[in-house]
Ligand binder design. Structure first.
Ligand SMILES: [Mn+2]
Length: 356
């Protein structure tokens, strides 16, 4: 594995490349052109400028998170072909700049859903949290309003104000769109992009839906082992793979994370590792990465990744907000650096142990 940190770019991130460079074992960043819209072509010039910026700080771009998929592609609307052409052009430009891993998701409307961005934990840290009761009591358009004030002035991925202004129309468009439709539209998209992925050896890594069940009545498909395997088999190419995100798949306690990891051998191209603390089935908060701080056995998760020979980029996922840091919720420096150090420690121990 290659330890990385997510970085939103100089304009949007409170964390600098120089700081990331000093986290032990981190040599790569996962980044994006955060100010591009879904459907827009990423120019080779902009990708190259980003690459040079990262490399001049002594780091490398280990992959992109994300190149977002336009809603009309997910909906299967007539203009999807033009939009997929744009996506292919972006992949081509990334390939020419020697970038070989792209994370994306196929979630309708919302990238992810939390009901609180700064829940206080007993140690005084704050974390993102989810309560089904709170979601059930909300109408979707109000959800954005209710959490926007907690974003510490940042724009959170998938919650861009321009997008949220159209949430009502988006919901209307998804009326009648079933999970089968969504599978069909994903298959169509993947079949069209696979040739360019093969040509430039780009590994696509779909991010699981977060949380791993339907919210607000929207269809969701990347939620469990069965659907992940179906998605892999329906376009059976190693370039069609998965971002193994423990914090997203793990929202559903029925999902056995080490078992899912083992079943996806060869098709996990990127890993997000974080821990959740459950209070009940659908009421959880994010925790420190350490096993004992949450509900997951992080040793078993990292061991499963090690056992299947995972060699792609991995990153600590959302961290707690600690030590007075002000940053985008989940994306401060301190707790993610602690997470990286912890995962590195687990990996070293597992690696050395496996040689005996
Ligand atoms: Mn994730």
């Amino acid at each position: 594995m290659e330890m990385t940190l997510r970085w939103y770019g100089k304009k949007f991130d409170t964390v600098t490349l120089e700081q990331i460079r000093q986290i032990p074992g981190v040599r790569g960043v996962i980044t994006t052109l955060y100010d591009t819209e879904p459907g827009e072509v990423w120019s080779r010039e902009r990708i190259n400028a980003l690459k040079e910026e990262v490399e001049s700080a002594g780091l490398e771009i280990a992959g992109i998170e994300s190149v977002n998929v336009h809603e009309d592609i997910k909906l299967g609307k007539p203009d999807r072909d033009v939009l997929i052409d744009h996506y292919i052009e972006t992949l081509e430009n990334l390939g020419k700049e020697d970038i070989h891993m792209v994370c994306y998701n196929f979630m309708p409307v919302f990238d992810w859903t939390r009901t609180e961005l700064a829940r206080k934990r007993p140690d005084g840290s704050t974390v993102l949290a989810y309560t089904q009761k709170a979601v059930d009591a909300l109408i979707p358009e109000e959800m954005f309003q209710s959490i926007a004030c907690d974003m510490n002035g940042s724009v959170m991925p998938g919650w861009e104000p321009e997008r949220m202004a159209h949430v009502k129309e988006l919901f209307a468009e998804y009326k009648g769109v079933t999970e089968e439709d969504l599978f069909d539209n994903l298959k169509y998209f993947l079949e069209r992009i696979m040739p360019v992925c093969r040509k430039y050896d780009i590994y696509m890594a779909i991010h699981p839906d977060d949380p791993a069940w339907s919210v607000f009545g929207l269809p969701r498909i990347i939620i469990n082992k069965e659907n992940l395997l179906r998605m892999m088999h329906m376009v059976d190419d190693p370039h069609n793979g998965v971002t193994l995100c423990t914090g997203s798949l793990g929202t559903n306690l029925q999902n056995d994370l080490p078992d899912i990891i083992r079943s996806l051998k060869g098709r996990i191209h990127f890993a997000h590792v974080r821990n959740l603390k459950f209070h009940s089935q659908q009421d959880f908060e994010e925790a420190a990465h350490l096993s004992s701080d949450g509900s997951f056995d992080m040793y078993e998760i990292v061991k499963a990744l090690h056992d299947i020979g995972f060699d792609g980029p991995i990153r600590p996922d959302h961290g707690r907000m600690i030590w007075g840091e002000k940053a985008m919720p989940g994306y401060g420096l301190y707790d993610r650096a602690l997470g990286a150090a912890y995962i590195n420690g687990l990996w070293e121990a597992i690696e050395k142990n496996s040689r005996n």
